[in-house]
Ligand binder design. Structure first.
Ligand SMILES: Cc1cc2nc3c(=O)[nH]c(=O)nc-3n(C[C@H](O)[C@H](O)[C@H](O)COP(=O)(O)O)c2cc1C
Length: 378
């Protein structure tokens, strides 16, 4: 497996020194749309995929896992929020990603919140996110996926439709159940679901925090007996006690795992540079990347120490390199997701992290990733 790979490093150099410098002069939403379209086109060409695959796919038995009945060739996934129109499923495997979550998808389509929907905070290594679940809706997305086969596990993140009529708890729950039902009844070959109860950018009064609200939702989800496992996307900014209460509640229902965590709403986070945050109107958006890193790691540790027998843990927040991913694994995560790292480091990031992880495991005298999970959780 240890063949010479020049493309990941070359790609990083070109990306950071040229492409990123150009992209960062252009409106982020425009760049995002163009890149996703390009990725979709690349995914249609076998020859391009072959070249990418030969350089970016890292196959090593130390990284393979079977989790919740799903085979993962490596632990690095693209998190929910980047590919909300399901355009990248055919190209991401060739870039070395081990799995991908689509969405968040909602029952009703949504064109996105008023702009700005996306912003960059380069000094803070963060992104401002205010999309509000921009997506094509469950029916169109499931139709798009039907007939496609996937080289890596694909997950569907499901959330509540961000439309004015979906404004009571009951309507919110019915709406999410409808979205699950669309995918359950479809022929799409996805492998798992994410249940997004933690988006900080939605309209309306629906919340899953009073635990009774969460119980109502999970009771209905249990009744679906979904064919694929469900992982719950958790909030970042609840206290330890609140997080434990939420996890305790979820543990009484069907979800097999949890993702720690979603975005940060806290504009006073010390890792956010004031002059960068103040560029965005007060009250708008949430923040990704470095400012989420520390708390996400604390929550992974907390969850591992209290629920390691019950939940698969997926770590998410501020992963920019192999060391960041390894830290999450050593705190208790079996899999790791990212978005912001890819924007700042380049599309080769999954490949480089996987290569780095193999080295880090070896350095610690470990033969398999499973031996590293949780070793620094105490
Ligand atoms: C542009 C963008 C859009 C996002 N949209 C969603 C979303 O629709 N659903 C969701 O569960 N998380 C969403 N997230 C949160 C990410 O999945 C992830 O939890 C968070 O960004 C932390 O990871 P990162 O630091 O690697 O970006 C979004 C993040 C970004 C940057």
């Amino acid at each position: 497996m240890n063949k010479k790979r020049y493309l990941p490093k070359v790609s990083e150099i070109i990306y950071k020194n040229l492409i990123k410098k150009i992209f960062f002069q252009i409106d982020p939403e425009t760049v995002h749309n163009a890149m996703v379209k390009l990725g979709e086109q690349f995914g249609k060409h076998k020859s391009i995929k072959k070249v990418f695959s030969s350089q970016f796919i890292i196959k090593d038995k130390s990284l393979k896992q079977n989790i919740a009945g799903i085979k993962f060739e490596n632990p690095i996934g693209l998190a929910a929020g980047f590919d909300y129109e399901a355009r990248l499923t055919q190209i991401l495997p060739s870039l070395g990603f081990g799995f991908e979550t689509l969405g968040t998808i909602t029952d009703s389509p949504y064109g996105g919140n008023p702009r700005p929907m996306l912003g960059r905070l380069p000094k803070s290594k963060s992104l401002m996110v205010n999309k509000g679940f921009k997506n094509l809706g469950a029916r169109i997305t499931s139709e798009k996926l039907t007939g496609l086969s996937f080289e890596i596990p694909i997950g569907i993140s499901i959330g509540k439709s961000n439309v004015p009529i979906c404004n009571t708890q009951k309507k919110g729950i019915d709406d999410m159940i409808n979205a699950f039902t669309v995918f359950e009844n479809s022929k799409a070959r996805h492998s798992y679901y994410e249940l997004n109860i933690s988006c900080p950018n939605l309209h309306g009064n629906v919340s899953f925090y009073p635990l009774n609200n969460l119980k109502e939702l999970l009771t209905e989800i249990d009744k679906l007996h979904t064919k694929k496992p469900i992982f719950v996307k958790m909030p970042l900014e609840k206290s330890n006690n609140e997080t434990l209460e939420i996890l305790n509640t979820i543990s009484g229902y069907c979800p097999k795992g949890i993702i720690l965590s979603n975005l940060s709403k806290n504009r006073n986070n010390k890792l956010l540079k004031r002059e960068e945050v103040d560029k965005f109107p007060a009250g708008i958006g949430s923040f990704s990347g470095k400012p989420t890193h520390k708390r996400s790691n604390e929550l992974i540790k907390l969850a591992y120490n209290n629920f390691k027998q019950r939940f698969v843990i997926i770590g998410c927040g501020g992963v920019f390199n192999a060391q960041d991913a390894y830290e999450k694994i050593k705190h208790g995560a079996s899999l790791v997701q990212l978005i912001t790292g890819m924007i700042y480091e380049g599309p080769q990031i999954a490949s480089q992290i996987n290569l780095g992880l193999i080295g880090l495991l070896k350095k610690d005298g470990l033969r398999h990733i499973s031996e590293a999970i949780g070793i620094e959780a105490k």
